[in-house]
Design a protein around this ligand. Structure first.
Ligand SMILES: [Fe+2]
Length: 150
């Protein structure tokens, strides 16, 4: 049986992914107004990505001899899109941190390291996307890049 510390940490990750399924689904449901056309589908896609990761991690926990959790953490929700982007960025950054730690715990188990790295890459893409979305605000010079060089 694999190291209990590793299995416990994978279960913390699973809990985080279940939180993502609920949090991004809720964001999709409650997005109204003109931006619904854009973001309802985007958030639903993020919920599906979290479900995909939950499925992979749950199956791996069983393969390692553990029992997957079926619980989640509290979700964050808001009708303010900027706020949703902000807590989505925090959610993705936490996932990067958690998978990075799992890779450390996996040690010399190369197949497990590769398995975790594949997911880590997608979590980092989430960080990059929400970082760019948050830059697209009135308070950011990125809305007018020429200002930076003027
Ligand atoms: Fe994920």
């Amino acid at each position: 049986m694999a190291d209990q510390i590793l299995i416990d940490h994978l279960n913390e990750i699973l809990k985080h992914e279940w939180t993502g399924v609920a949090q991004y689904s809720q964001a999709s449901f409650i997005t109204e107004g003109i931006w619904r056309e854009v973001y309802a589908e985007k958030f639903l896609g993020d919920a599906k990505e979290s479900f995909g990761h939950a499925r992979l991690v749950g199956d791996k926990i069983v393969a390692l001899g553990g029992v997957p959790v079926a619980t989640r953490n509290e979700i964050q929700q808001s009708r303010d899109l900027q706020e949703v982007f902000t807590f989505s960025l925090a959610f993705e950054a936490k996932a990067v941190e958690m998978y990075s730690k799992a890779i450390e715990l996996a040690g010399d188990d190369k197949p497990l390291v590769v398995f975790l790295e594949d997911i880590l890459k997608e979590e980092q893409e989430g960080v990059d996307e929400y970082t760019k979305l948050l830059r697209n605000s009135n308070s950011s010079a990125a809305t007018n890049p020429t200002l930076k060089t003027a």
